[in-house]
Ligand binder design. Structure first.
Ligand SMILES: [Zn+2]
Length: 277
């Protein structure tokens, strides 16, 4: 069973420590199939997918580990999931908007996690212009701006906000801004959003390449959830085909076939193919 250790950009904070490595392994075939059939929202699906692949970190179980990843780290984990399931899992096919040519771009996982070291601890500060309606008096400072403390939104925050049916910036802000916070969050929305872009740049991954046919720049936002979801769907299709081939040939039950170690299943598939050739 394949396992991989991926370096996170932000990492997970726990009492007294910081972990920047996440270990992933391919789950049992039945779990891959269940994930492929799971019609959850992208936010909920992404969290379940990472939980299915991730090893627990510290005192967190796999579920809490997946929920506590900041969005950029979740993106790294989802791309690693795709890489685990498929050869060349780091390459993407883009279409040139100018001439329609398809091109391959490679995501460099190591450079994704590189960059400025993250500040100590999960809490950050943002300043926002004072004077708007708010009860933030005790956080006000002499420079005419008030300060609030916030943490980066996690996969769990996003899934909860989507599940709550009101995925507006305010719902998310009320989860990530520490008390005491202004009652009216409008004033701090911009201040926090600006800081989030800097602190968690991988929450939106831009892929840039030059079209080999026409030379125009090709730019697209990578959707790690979509990439992982498509890879899981293809993996489930492969498993289904293998079950079909082995069940037809040996008349074993689905459960018995799925219980085979992956290497042995592959060897039997090889035998069946050889006989069919
Ligand atoms: Zn082109």
């Amino acid at each position: 069973m394949d396992t991989v250790a991926v370096r996170l950009r932000h990492g997970l904070w726990a009492r007294g420590g910081h972990e920047r490595v996440l270990r992933l392994r391919t789950p049992a075939p039945a779990d891959v199939a269940a994930l492929a059939d799971d019609g959850a929202s992208p936010a909920a699906w992404a969290m379940r997918a990472v939980a299915a692949f991730a090893r627990p970190v510290g005192a967190r179980d796999a579920r809490a580990t997946a929920a506590d990843l900041v969005l950029g780290d979740q993106a790294i984990a989802l791309l690693a999931v795709r890489g685990l399931l498929e050869e060349g899992g780091a390459s993407l096919t883009l279409a040139c908007a100018s001439c329609g040519e398809e091109l391959e771009a490679t995501v460099d996982m190591d450079s994704l996690a590189a960059g400025e070291p993250m500040p100590d601890g999960p809490w950050h500060e943002a300043a926002f212009p004072a004077g708007h309606e708010g009860r933030s008096g005790d956080t006000e400072e002499g420079d005419g701006a008030a300060r609030i403390r916030f943490r980066l939104p996690t996969a769990g925050d996003l899934a909860a906000v989507v599940a709550g049916g009101d995925p507006s910036p305010h719902t998310l802000l009320s989860r990530i801004v520490a008390e005491p916070r202004p009652q009216d969050l409008t004033g701090i929305e911009r201040a926090v959003a600006d800081r989030l872009e800097v602190l968690d740049p991988l929450a939106e991954i831009m892929i840039q390449a030059a079209c080999p046919a026409c030379g125009e720049p090709v730019e697209t936002v990578l959707d790690p959830v979509q990439e992982a979801r498509a890879a899981v769907a293809r993996a489930a299709d492969r498993i289904e085909w293998e079950v079909h081939a082995l069940a037809s040939h040996y008349h074993w039950s689905e459960a018995d076939i799925l219980a085979l170690p992956e290497g042995r299943r592959a060897r039997y598939i090889g035998l069946v193919m050889r006989e069919a050739a």
